[in-house]
Design a protein around this ligand. Structure first.
Ligand code: PRP
Length: 215
């Protein structure tokens, strides 16, 4: 990876558009081609930046290993991955929350050995341990809402954004867990060695975030 360019790890998928929008508002020229192409690395030498496009769950891994200096990651991913990175700014984008959901007919008091399906096994296990409930966690990689419908799990732990996925699959939320937004994260070594560029980026982003909140 380049020593001179500031490498920014961006999350693919639903956070991407909002994250790119925020960076553009902060004055960073991210090429239009990034929105459409399948390219995973794009250099913008005039801004002194390189963007890499990763799976959202992997962004903190790239940043922890220092192949990206900074990145944008959801709080859900930060709690699940527990990587050694600094979380320096709440970008307040892609707001959603984690919740426990089940079929409306589900009776927790009748459930002696509950099975919980989730893409977030660590976060789920921490949550139920804190609640003092013993559960079996079934790790899935997506379409979590399917699990209770087909009888793979009794409950699910997942992200709720509009609530549409739960609704369309006939599930109901039974507990709200944690509010989630995207965070700006920084590699601890880069924070020292590229402090000027990173501080400037954090300041510019913080300004845009506070303008957005004030709207
Ligand atoms: C996420 C999440 C829920 C859904 C929630 O899945 O896991 O399934 O979005 O959004 P909603 O409340 O607006 O319906 P995503 O679409 O990212 O795909 P996945 O099922 O493959 O994880």
């Amino acid at each position: 990876m380049s020593k001179s360019l500031l490498t920014v790890a961006m999350p693919k998928g639903r956070i991407f558009e909002e994250a790119v929008g925020l960076l553009r508002q902060a004055g960073y020229a991210i090429p239009e081609e990034f929105d459409e192409s399948r390219k995973l690395i794009i250099d913008v030498p005039e801004s002194g930046m390189r963007f890499i496009l990763a799976k959202p769950m992997d962004v903190p891994t790239y940043v922890e290993h220092g192949v990206a200096d900074v990145g944008v990651a959801g709080k859900d991913v930060m709690l699940e991955e527990e990587r050694d990175v600094y979380e320096v700014l709440d970008l307040k984008i892609s707001a959603c929350y984690m919740a426990v959901a089940a079929l409306p007919s589900y009776d927790p008091s009748a459930d002696v050995a509950p099975k919980i399906a989730s893409k977030y096994p660590k976060l789920t296990s921490d949550y139920f341990r804190e609640q003092g409930e013993q559960v079996e966690i079934i790790k899935l990689n997506g379409s979590i809402e399917l699990a209770p419908i087909v009888g793979l799990a009794d409950r699910i732990v997942d992200i709720v954004s509009t609530g549409q996925t739960l609704k369309e699959n006939g599930l109901v939320e039974i507990e709200t867990m944690i509010p989630i937004t995207s965070r700006f994260i920084v590699n601890p070594v880069s924070y020292r060695t590229k402090s000027k560029q990173i501080d400037e980026m954090v300041d510019r982003l913080a300004e845009v975030v506070s303008e957005e909140v004030a709207k």
